[in-house]
Structure formats: structure tokens, C-alpha cells
Design a binder for this molecule. Sequence first.
Ligand code: ZN
Length: 196
Amino acid sequence: MLEVVRYPHPTLRHKSKPLRRVDGEVEKIVAEMFDLMYRENGVGLAANQVDLPYRLFIINLEADPQKAEEFVFINPVIARRGGAVEAEEGCLSFPDIFAPVKRPAKVAVSAYNLSGEEVEYQLDGLFARAVQHEYDHLDGVVFIDRLSSAALFSVKEALTDLELEFQGRRQRGSIPGDDRIFARLAELESLRAICD
Ligand code: ZN
């Protein structure tokens, strides 16, 4: 069963590897990720937020399978970025933390979908923002890295609370040590990712 990992879990800082192929196992992972994302009321979810080291994220802009289309981005590449716009963001790995982030307003992104076909989108608005936020996750970048110093200051206390919660869970043994986390990621990469 997949679970959303929260800041400061080390997998959130792991640079994900491209998937070798889209197979039944990837389909299963994606289906589980959508279930989890809807349960948590999110519009996007990246693989390393569920403790998996793959270049894969999903998006549904309404957080509801009845209301909007489901998008799967496998091995995505952002080819072009344009403009700049600031808007509030949140993240399932940072519960109850919201802050303004400035990002390019438009992006062109290509990726593979769940049928293994190459797809390309020219995006703006919330879709462009969500894609950039999730794409950052794959590189181990999280939205608080992109906050102004004033915005970062305003969420500092909430971040400290999450850090203490993480340390507590680790002391109780419900989160393994870094060595075990990294060994597991390496094993999952050797199974399904392109490693160099
Ligand atoms: Zn996020």
C-alpha cells in the first residue's frame, strides 16, 4: 500500500530515475497513486511523494475523477518555459502549508502516457503550475525551495512542527533510517529504472 511521505522525508530530496518501460506494474502504481491522491484531495502527486524513485507524476486539476481528466506523465521533459506568474501553492507532503510561488506562466512539456505513447502539451494557468510543481519533485525540489524569504519566514513554524513530527515517528520506528530508505530506492531503481 502506498502512502504519502511528508517533509522532511529524504525520498522527497531524491532525484528520480526514468522508467525503462510502461508495463502492468507501472499501471498498478499509477492506479494506486490516483486512489491515494483523491483520498487526500490533491490535484497532483509525484512518485517520490509515495516513496518511489521513478520519473512519474499524475494530475487531475479538480482532484475528482468525475469532474476532470486524469493525466499521467512518465519520463517528462519540460522543453520551453515563458512568462512569470505568482500564485499560492500547497503540497500533500506539506499538509496545511500554503504560500505564494513565482513560476513561468507557460510551459511546453512532453512525456509518455500510460499507453506508452509520446504526448506533448502546451500549458498555462493551473495546469502549467501543477506540472512544474510535480516536475520539481522528480528532481528532489520542493515548493518551499522556491519561496521568497518573507514567505519562507511565514511558514517556518509549520515546517518545524513537521520536522518534529518526523523525528518522533522515526524514534518510534515507523520511519526507517536513511540507509534503509536509500537501499530500498536503489533496489527499486535496479528493477524498473534506467540507471547510469
Ligand atoms: Zn508537491
